[in-house]
Write a protein that binds this ligand. Structure first.
Ligand code: GAR
Length: 319
């Protein structure tokens, strides 16, 4: 697995940034921090990142105004960033930026979300008489502190705690949580079970789809239980292949050879199955275009579905 290239965005001290940088140095860590930036050019953490030999982009969001997000995007592109980790980054992110990076921005928040979004989280926990506080790593969506929760850690509240003492202890927990969860997230594109779940969700959108294994491999069929015909089959490291792939039906060897020649990083000729018109799509990659996979599934479904179903699809296409 190639290491995911991570940019960390900060606004201040950068202690979580430091935890991410140090964890990323382990040989077996699936990510590395390749860029640190943020909205304040004199944020403390930027000097630490520079001293650690990490590339730093000092951007001044206030001075740049509307150009800020474009400048940041340029830096991220230059550093060939796969994932963005927010670590005490206090600027509200516009929808256009979130959309561009959908599913590739994670954040750490000092509460057990969905409790206490926003600021002053430890004060709120104390005021409510909570017994535990904690921290959450979640995906960033356009709604503040509301994306999919990727991991959490609880921190006990002591009777003697003040907001400051609790913040200090939650921070220790954050430093443990963030690198671990980011590592797990960075390896998700290579996880066969996760890939299968994504394909399953896309296949389930098509009519009369059932799970139908094929020679022991998970697969999907169309039609009723007895007569169902496979239109997609998982190919996990199939006969010496390096990747987790999906087999779908193409129109024949000409189309398959053309695709494989043009995009060998995406398409492959599956042993045994290729001869009967099955094309392999590599899915254990960081840049899978899931819309394209959905299109292939639909095409493959159409070529396997009984006429009574494809007829309905053709009628639906006209509208
Ligand atoms: C951390 O406690 C982080 O959870 C919090 O800011 C602190 C940054 O500290 N983030 C938020 O409140 C985001 N809503 P650090 O700069 O030392 O990592």
């Amino acid at each position: 697995m190639d290491k995911a290239r991570v940019a960390v965005l900060i606004s201040g001290r950068g202690s979580n940034m430091a935890a991410l940088i140090y964890a990323g140095r382990a040989d077996d860590c699936p990510y590395e921090v390749v860029l640190v930036s943020g909205d304040k050019p004199d944020a403390l953490g930027l000097s630490l990142a520079a001293a650690e030999g990490v590339r730093v982009a000092r951007l001044d969001a206030r001075a740049l105004g509307a150009d800020y997000w474009e400048k940041l995007n340029r830096q991220l592109a230059q550093a060939k960033v796969d994932l963005i980790a927010l670590a005490g980054f206090m600027k509200i992110i516009p929808v256009s930026f979130v959309d561009k990076w959908a599913g590739r921005i994670v954040n750490i928040h000092p509460s057990l979300l969905p409790k206490y979004k926003g600021l002053h989280t430890q004060m709120k926990a104390l005021d409510n008489g909570d017994r535990v506080s904690g921290a959450t790593v979640h995906l960033v969506t356009s709604e503040l502190d509301s994306g999919e929760i990727l991991g959490q850690v609880e921190v006990a509240i002591l009777p003697s705690d003040t907001a400051e003492s609790l913040e200090d202890r939650v921070l220790i927990a954050e430093h443990q949580l963030y690198p671990r969860i980011l590592a797990r997230y960075a390896s998700r594109p290579y996880d066969a079970a996760w890939i299968e779940q994504q394909v399953d969700a896309l296949a389930a959108r098509l009519p009369e789809v059932i799970r139908k294994s094929n020679h022991g491999a998970p697969g999907w069929g169309v039609g009723n239980e007895k007569a169902a015909k496979n239109f997609a089959i998982m190919a996990d490291h199939f006969h010496g292949e390096e990747s987790v792939g999906l087999l779908v039906r193409a129109s024949g060897p000409d189309e398959m050879n053309g695709l494989i020649e043009a995009q060998p990083e995406i398409y492959f000729w599956p042993k045994y199955y290729g001869a009967s018109g099955w094309l392999g799509i590599r899915l254990s990659r960081r840049d899978v275009d899931w819309d394209q996979v959905a299109d292939w599934l639909e095409r493959s479904w159409r070529s396997s579905a009984p006429p009574r179903l494809t007829k309905l699809m053709r009628i639906a296409d006209q509208f």
